[in-house]
Design a protein around this ligand. Structure first.
Ligand SMILES: [Zn+2]
Length: 140
């Protein structure tokens, strides 16, 4: 049974808790990149910086909309892009409908890349879930 949408995700988080930063009073768009596990992993990579930058804009503009317990829409950023992308949580992890993500999946599955597929939409949703989950009960 899939409970709260972030349940699976929090299991990932515990697995990665080897490195720890002091927990902030509250997780925000500004400090999330230092705490959310995937953001932390890609923070020092070139591709990671671009994705984190985009994810931050998605969150700032409230582009991430939860539509079911396992689905989120990532709305377009005005004057920047036009399409809405659907991000889903599956047994394999988060997946996105965008071209970039699917190209990465193809490369990963064919062995051409060892980098686990990620895109700015998935990253924004992961951060969105993390903030929601962690701030639960702390007020908004
Ligand atoms: Zn995407």
């Amino acid at each position: 049974m899939l409970g709260y949408p972030c349940d699976n995700y929090m299991i990932d988080y515990q697995d990665l808790s080897g490195i720890s930063y002091e927990e902030p009073q509250k997780y925000t768009i500004d400090n999330i990149a230092f705490h959310e596990p995937t953001s932390r992993l890609i923070k020092n990579e070139k591709r990671g910086k671009t994705m984190l930058f985009k994810a931050k804009i998605f969150l700032e503009k409230s582009c991430v909309i939860q539509i079911s317990s396992t689905e989120w829409n990532c709305l377009p950023i005005q004057d920047y892009n036009k399409r809405t992308y659907l991000v889903r949580l599956t047994s394999e992890g988060f997946v996105c409908g965008c071209q970039g993500f699917n190209e990465k999946v193809d490369k990963y599955e064919s062995g051409k890349s060892e980098v686990v597929p990620i895109c700015s939409h998935v990253l924004a949703v992961k951060q969105f879930c993390f903030i929601q989950e962690k701030n639960k009960g702390k007020g908004r």
